[in-house]
Design a protein around this ligand. Structure first.
Ligand SMILES: *Cc1c(COP(=O)(O)O)cnc(C)c1O
Length: 226
């Protein structure tokens, strides 16, 4: 019951904003996901390809599955046929592999470029400078089976709201700047994925279009994830 009311509360909170809710269901069992589904939730986020594939097979087909975690190139083949959006693009090599697998299943796979905004060293992603050079990379327009539709970022793990807000603000500004650039044909700046359980309110104020929320819906996870 608590999952259902968490979903309803969050959906109500998102009313009137530009953002959609991704229920981050990594490590959560099928029954809990079903509960969220029954509350009307249709977008779920996972961070492991095989786990996402198993859940895709076990759950209703009208669910949108979003890959939010670091994706290894050798795992792309498991999800290429059904994934709705990959948030965690952090290399040209990964884009190349997604393009290859997308071609095999005759799909154009939507992707977001992950931008490194946190002060921690451990988080994956491109620096802003790397993205600016990526958009002029002649290889990019050749990838007909991917479409880059925006950016994703994760803030520093801190209680300090002003740090988090500063990072989200800078990502939004970069997003706006990128939208002004001449972009390759298979790229546009439409979606900005930022905000998790602890910082989604700030992310919404700073212009997020996708919030990725796990523990505030499902409670704590049973085991830690990378
Ligand atoms: C786990 C995860 C989330 C959700 O985190 P919560 O704190 O449980 O809301 C969001 N984004 C990414 C990339 C994650 O790995």
């Amino acid at each position: 019951m608590i999952i259902k009311s968490n979903i309803k509360d969050l959906q109500a909170e998102l009313q009137g904003t530009n953002a959609r809710l991704i229920a981050v269901s990594k490590t959560q069992p099928i029954e809990k996901i079903k509960e969220a589904y029954d509350a009307g939730q249709r977008i779920f986020g996972e961070n492991k390809a095989q786990e996402m594939t198993a859940k895709f097979q076990a759950l209703p087909q009208d669910i949108e599955w979003h890959m939010i975690g670091h994706l290894q190139t050798n795992k792309v083949k498991y999800i290429a046929s059904f994934v709705s959006l990959i948030h965690s693009i952090d290399s040209l090599k990964l884009l190349e592999e997604i393009n290859k697998q997308g071609k095999k299943v005759d799909r154009v796979i939507p992707c977001l470029l992950q931008v490194h905004i946190a002060s921690e060293e451990t988080k994956f992603g491109f620096d802003q400078r790397e993205i600016v050079s990526l958009i002029t990379n002649p290889a990019l327009p050749l990838f007909k089976n991917i479409r880059i539709i925006g950016l994703m970022g994760m803030s520093t793990f801190t209680e300090d709201e002003s740090t988090i807000r500063k990072e989200f603000k800078s990502l939004k500004k970069f997003f706006n700047d990128m939208a002004e650039h001449t972009l390759p044909e298979n790229m546009e700046m439409k979606e900005l994925s930022m905000g998790m359980s602890s910082d989604y309110k700030i992310a919404l104020e700073e212009g997020s279009t996708y919030v990725r929320i796990g523990t505030a819906i499902f409670g704590s996870r049973n085991y830690s994830t990378p």
